[in-house]
Unconditional design. Structure first.
Lengths: 225, 225
């Protein structure tokens, strides 16, 4: 399977396919056409065919897609057919929220360790996992074959921690700190910049109001179109 | 200024420009060329010029960009020159983490109310904000001129709450529930699907390992390239 040169936009859409296929599977539906899938997902059938063809295509002319097979194949493409071992750095509110979110575990992302620089929070446990001091992080990663580190710390300390993580042979960083991390290219970084997302929402609200003002299509309370 | 037809990809990059320009401003730097900016941001100068030209261009040949002016203009484009009033639905771990994240406030996003369906948590306060029962949500939105609702609730209840929010005249929903919300088009939805982001990271880890296996460029511990 040619997996190189596949755009991040296509990759970004795969989890959504997985979600909808999982729902179809749960409903006991065995096959689906790209047209049916596009109706449910509110996208175009050609987009679906194009995206899935990137990975070799899984459909059959006149039959459509086998739901269970396609679901399993997308899981494999996303690397969800194996377990990922995670640590989280930062046991503040966000860190705690992430550890407590059990859906990640269902997908094979298992939190193994929690680290924090605040001695006051160390030795506490979150969902049964002990919070350890930062000094133990490097050894813990090596000894427990950790592949993903989650950064739920302020931007000031994130760059330094990322460098340490790179030295420990971590494979991926899920970064919630509001900063770009300077790590070697073989380490994968996925940013969740919450402020950026909120600003994008702010833009879309402003621009849709601007549009409705100029077009006069929406009335004062914005309820009808 | 022509703001229509601007791709979400460009919009998505604006907060990052704002972040870097803010840092330059803090350092007392008054002007920057697209080349200098591209070096700091690890992107191309032509990408920067193209993105900013979308909004009419703010640079001058031979001078570059005035940092303070460009910063202010991007703030305006993003709708950050006015205050946004938010409520959050769901006072669980994630909801609490978001309310406690003070950076949003610095950008003009002010949490005014918190709502939860669990009577056990109602009347508690988070950062001085009282948690109210869901029944009070609609009136609260209208009386306090709330424009953004943050959904930090499970997917099962999110669709129903989104419909209620639409009826109250909310302008935008910042959705953390792992489901697509069926709301009218004039309501802006920005999704933060955390699981999807983690799956994308998983894909990139798998595919980079696959690549290094086939190319043989990376050795066993993944440290050199």
């Amino acid at each position: 399977m040619e997996e190189k040169e596949i755009s991040q936009a296509v990759i970004g859409r795969l989890p959504r396919y997985l979600r909808y296929l999982g729902e179809l599977k749960d409903e006991g539906i065995e096959r689906v056409s790209s047209q049916e899938l596009s109706d449910i997902m509110q996208t175009t059938a050609s987009q679906i065919r194009q995206d899935l063809n990137t990975f070799g295509g899984f459909g059959q002319q006149g039959y459509g897609y086998n739901v269970g097979y396609l679901y399993d194949e997308i899981r494999k493409i996303l690397g969800l057919d194996r377990e990922h071992r995670l640590i989280i750095v930062g046991a503040g509110h966000l860190g705690q929220a992430l550890v407590n979110y059990t859906n990640f575990e269902r997908r094979g992302f298992i939190f193994r360790g929690i680290f924090d620089c605040d001695p006051g929070i160390c030795e506490k446990t979150i969902r049964g996992i002990e919070v350890r001091p930062m000094e133990q992080m490097a050894d813990f990663i090596r000894e427990n074959d950790i592949d993903i580190a989650v950064l739920a710390i302020p931007k000031n300390s994130a760059v330094e921690v990322a460098k340490k993580l790179a030295d420990c042979g971590i494979k991926g960083i899920w970064n919630f700190a509001h900063v770009d991390l300077p790590v070697p290219e073989h380490i994968q970084v996925e940013n969740v910049h919450l402020s950026d997302s909120l600003m994008k929402l702010s833009y879309n609200i402003s621009s849709s109001q601007e549009e409705s003002r100029t077009s006069g299509k929406v009335d004062g309370n914005g309820q009808n179109r």
